[in-house]
Design a protein. Sequence first.
Length: 79
Amino acid sequence: MAAHTQRLQVDWPRCRARGLCHELLPEAIDLDPWGYPVIEGELPAHLVRAAREAVHFCPLSALRLRDVPSAGSPATPPR
């Protein structure tokens, strides 16, 4: 069984660059010059709870938390 980690994902058509996600989770979310979120890499385990809160409070439900295989773990083949 492959190890998984969490990663934030933006639904770009929904996002309106309000910046609340950055205010709630500045350790993992930066803003570009137009106010849109910039998210790079996997979330450290200690930020997952705060990331869930940022997802919950996104006013347009444009932020999501996804399970992804951890770096270095083998990918699961499609069925």
